[in-house]
Design a protein around this ligand. Structure first.
Ligand code: 5GP
Ligand code: ZN
Length: 153
C-alpha cells in the first residue's frame, strides 16, 4: 500500500516502494521491516514507517504507536533467529545523534556476550537542582508544544 508523504530522493522511501531491493522480514499496512545492509551485528533489522518523516519528533503519534507496537515481536524473532543474548532498540534522530538516513526508523540490534560493539555510552551527572529545573523545562514544553517541531541538525 502506498501512502504519502514520500521523498523521491530517500533510500528508505525507495525500499518501501519496492524500487530498491531489501531483505524484508515483515510488512504491515504502515511499516516495512528489513535487514540493515551494514549491520552492527548480523540480524540487525530496521523497522521503517511507510510514510516519510525525517525525525522521530516529526512522526504522528498514531504512526509511532503502530511502529513501536512491532518492536517486541521483532525483538523476539531476532532473538530466536540469531540466538542473541540481548538487544539494543535505538532511534537515532539528527546528524549529531548519528542519524544518516533521514527517514525515521527503529533499529533492533542483536547483542552477544563479548561482541565488539562499543556500548554503553558515557553518563554525566546533574548538579544541585539542575535535575528539577530540567524536568520542569521539559514538562512545560510538553504543555506548550504537544506536536514537537523539527530539531536543528
Ligand atoms: P541511521 O544511521 O540513520 O540511524 O541508520 C541508517 C541505517 O540504514 C544504517 O545502519 C545503514 O547501514 C542502513 N542503510 C543505509 N542504506 C541502506 C540500504 O540501502 N539498505 C539497507 N537495507 N540498509 C541501509
Ligand atoms: Zn523516506
Amino acid at each position: 500500500m502506498s501512502r504519502a508523504p514520500r521523498d523521491p530522493d530517500c533510500i528508505f522511501c525507495k525500499i518501501v516502494h519496492g524500487e530498491v531491493p531489501s531483505a524484508r522480514v515483515l510488512e504491515t499496512d504502515r511499516a516495512v521491516v528489513f535487514l540493515d545492509v551494514n549491520p552492527v551485528n548480523k540480524g540487525h533489522v530496521l523497522i521503517v514507517p511507510r510514510e516519510h518523516h525525517a525525525r522521530v519528533l516529526d512522526l504522528p503519534d498514531d504512526l509511532a504507536a503502530h511502529v513501536g507496537s512491532l518492536v517486541p515481536r521483532i525483538a523476539r524473532a531476532v532473538h530466536a533467529a540469531t540466538g542473541s543474548d540481548g538487544s539494543n532498540v535505538v532511534i537515532n534522530s539528527g546528524r549529531v545523534a548519528g542519524q544518516t538516513v533521514d527517514h525515521c526508523h527503529w533499529h533492533v540490534i542483536p547483542r552477544f556476550l563479548n561482541d565488539p560493539v562499543d556500548w554503553p555510552w558515557p553518563h554525566t551527572a546533574y548538579v544541585g537542582d539542575e535535575i528539577g529545573r530540567t524536568a520542569a523545562q521539559i514538562a512545560r514544553a510538553l504543555d506548550e508544544r504537544p506536536q514537537a517541531e523539527a530539531e536543528d541538525d
